[in-house]
Design a protein around this ligand. Sequence first.
Ligand SMILES: NC(=O)c1ccc[n+]([C@@H]2O[C@H](COP(=O)([O-])OP(=O)(O)OC[C@H]3O[C@@H](n4cnc5c(N)ncnc54)[C@H](OP(=O)(O)O)[C@@H]3O)[C@@H](O)[C@H]2O)c1
Length: 271
Amino acid sequence: MSEGREGRPDPGIRSGVDGKRVLVTGGSRGLGEQIVRLLAAGGARLATCARNPEHLRSLTASLGAEGHEEPFTRALDVTEPELLEQFVDAAAERFSGLDGVVACAGGARGRGIEDAGPQDWSLTWELNVGHTARLVKAAVPHLRRAGGGSVVVIASISGWKPGPQAQYGAAKAAQIQLAASLARELGPDGIRVNAVSPGSMLIPGKRWDRMRTEEPAAYARFTAELPHGELVTPREVAQVVAFLLADASSGVSGAHLPVDRAQNAPTPGGY
Ligand SMILES: NC(=O)c1ccc[n+]([C@@H]2O[C@H](COP(=O)([O-])OP(=O)(O)OC[C@H]3O[C@@H](n4cnc5c(N)ncnc54)[C@H](OP(=O)(O)O)[C@@H]3O)[C@@H](O)[C@H]2O)c1
């Protein structure tokens, strides 16, 4: 049994995703990278995209060096019309079908309500909600042909519990609703759709990691308020995503699963 969270056993999900053909958007860094790595270790066949080709190349090289099948990758911006759709078709052609997709690329543009302009709102919407809708639309014919499949939408506890930035929370809330609605619409095709809402995660170089190094006292106050005294890890979130892609979760569709270790507010400045 391998190690997951420091000092605690990682149950692994090998049998659940072995041979599954899965496309993950935003799989080169952060949570998406952890999802890709966990699925690859479990024997899944993977396609992933991100904007920076360098990061995709180093991910591919590193997975190959670990003895896993190299993922099919393409450098693209998921907010650009048609590029994502073409990549979905190319991945399905390469793998002769698809069993699952994960909408992981996401994030926020702009700051608070007085600073954020219309473009920040529309870009945040497109990056999170628009790309998810276009991903699912492009994937449906391939999933249907495979006799069904699993869609996992990476939302956030920011879409569930209020806190700034509002354009991000509103888009993440829309993703949760989108997943539940699509689960109803696509159920007759055997396609399951679920939303996963990570809590704040420690990702190298990103917000909470920067806070930990640059403002240690504020970070200590933030984590002291968490019931478990620490943030959820991307690896723990990836394990839930893997479960939702596996047949073991065949009864789960239309669900919203927070993976946040009971974190109460999405930011230290939450309610
Ligand atoms: N970090 C957290 O604490 C947290 C908490 C809750 C929810 N989430 C959600 O979890 C997901 C992953 O977050 P993360 O923090 O891991 O993000 P991240 O570290 O910024 O990684 C995002 C991944 O998506 C790619 N990406 C970003 N914008 C893209 C675009 N326009 N087109 C194509 N690829 C794009 C990035 O590669 P490139 O930059 O090369 O494109 C990277 O591979 C997001 O949906 C986020 O909203 C994060």
